[in-house]
Design a binder for this molecule. Structure first.
Ligand SMILES: [Zn+2]
Length: 449
């Protein structure tokens, strides 16, 4: 889905049906992939498998991908797959948008690959990319194995609440997710009565699992609260797609009385790191290699923070090699209480480029400075909307346990750190009304000026 236009409900449903149909056709292969993944997960050590796959991917890239052909000699004489990988340039989305064909395998077999799109960001246009079926089957298989590991049974009920693209309630069965009975709904243009009915319908559906962006789950908690409805059967909450703030995690765990497991990934490569029961984001070693690079793209040692760069090991149609994520984090090889020895990714609450805000006095301030102030307070969600070149609105929604003086305290600290409202042009507003970005993602900074 390109995210550049609104889809009709029928189009969304048709697209979902296509996915479900494909999952059903591929189901024997998905189960094979899930078994192999589960075996590796149980054994812990996947490094030999990982190294073999990395070597094969890089050989394929220099043999069949035009953008990498010139690296052939260097790669062939490299002493190890890691050294061979270091010969490849770090690439970003813009390079792939400009040189899509040069980064695709030659020849490209249209019967074993699909075209897909990222949802686009506030700064970049959607990226068109190509994935082979093997990649899709493996990502489904890995997700299937993780569900089993988390104790989610076959035929469980999963609710995907507050999906931006849907207008109505929609139910289907997903073979690749343990034949889960899935219900999804959106909140576009709904009256208070309609919202209340959706809350009651969610309760009748009685989901055991919730799966959505953290911002969508907060919105859902708000919908249930305003309707006085509880969901007592929820056992697990799966989040993805946005940074999961530890306070938001506690809010969701507290409200739903269920465990939260998060997955970090990108549409282009699927899941990069998934949380275990101990709360660590383990890199998906069988499918992904993660590097952390400094400002000059040099690899950083474990524990040092930098930009997360990923290499996906399965997709041959358009290999993603040393691909910039724009996210900041570090890798650690410390022991995890869960026992799995796959490296852990510590994802920071920061993008490499999170944007700047223009103040009334003409100064520019980085969004991270505004975030630093808000982190001191019981803020559930926030958004800065730059209305005009000199004025902006800081929308915040407080946690349920915040007291009546919290907004005044936020105002006081904003004044101390950034200047008086007359200097900054920032108007603080308490509201739950947030503008969403492409793919329904919450955006911390929206520029309307
Ligand atoms: Zn763990």
């Amino acid at each position: 889905m390109t995210g550049s236009r609104s889809w009709t409900d029928d189009e969304v449903k048709q697209s979902t049906l296509d996915h479900v149909h494909t999952q059903a056709l591929w189901f024997p292969r998905i189960q094979e992939a899930a078994k192999q993944y589960a075996t590796t997960l149980a054994a812990g050590d996947a490094s030999a498998w990982h190294e073999r796959r990395l070597a094969a991917l890089l050989d394929h890239a220099v043999a069949s991908v035009p953008a990498y052909r010139a690296l052939g000699q260097e790669v062939r004489v490299a002493a190890s797959p890691a050294q061979a990988l270091a010969c490849f340039p770090v690439v970003d989305r813009e390079i792939l948008v400009e040189q899509l064909v040069a980064h695709c395998s030659e020849p490209l077999d249209p019967t074993s690959a699909n075209i897909a799109y990222t949802s686009g960001t506030s700064t970049g246009s959607p990226l068109k990319f190509v994935v082979n079926h093997e990649h899709l089957i493996e990502t489904y298989g890995a997700a299937y194995a993780r569900r089993e590991q988390l104790g989610i049974e076959l035929h469980s009920r999963t609710l995907r609440p507050c999906q931006e693209i849907l207008q109505s309630w929609y139910e289907y069965t997903e073979p690749a997710h343990g034949f889960a009975h899935v219900a999804a709904f959106g909140l576009r243009n709904l009256s208070p009565d309609d919202r209340c009915e959706l809350a009651r319908r969610s309760a009748r559906f009685a989901p055991q699992t919730l799966a959505a962006l953290p911002s969508q789950l907060l919105e859902f908690a708000g919908l249930l609260e305003e309707s006085g409805v509880r969901l007592p059967q929820v056992r697990l909450i799966q989040t993805y797609g946005e940074f999961l703030d530890p306070r938001v995690r506690r809010r969701l765990e507290g409200y739903f009385s269920a465990a939260v497991v998060d997955a970090y990934g990108l549409r282009e490569v699927s899941t990069v790191a998934a949380q275990c029961t101990a709360g660590s984001h383990h890199v998906e070693v069988p499918r992904v290699r993660v590097e952390v690079v400094g400002p000059d793209d040099s690899p950083q040692p474990p524990g040092t923070s930098g930009e997360i760069v990923v290499t996906e090991l399965v997709n041959r149609a358009m290999p993603f090699i040393r691909y910039r994520t724009g996210d900041v984090g570090s890798v650690t090889t410390q022991e995890c209480p869960c026992g799995l020895d796959w490296p852990m990714l510590l994802i920071a609450d920061a993008r490499k480029d999170s944007g700047t805000l223009r103040l009334a006095n003409g100064h520019m301030v980085a969004l991270v400075n505004v975030v630093a102030v808000l982190r001191r307070f019981a803020v559930e969600r926030f958004q800065v909307v730059q209305r005009t070149p000199r004025s902006s609105e800081l929308r915040v929604w407080l946690m349920p346990d915040a007291d009546a003086g919290e907004l005044a305290r936020i105002q006081r600290d904003l004044k101390q750190e950034l200047g008086s409202p007359a200097d900054t042009g920032i108007e603080l507003v308490h509201t739950r009304d947030f503008l969403v970005g492409p793919g329904g993602k919450h955006r911390e900074l929206v520029n309307e000026s």
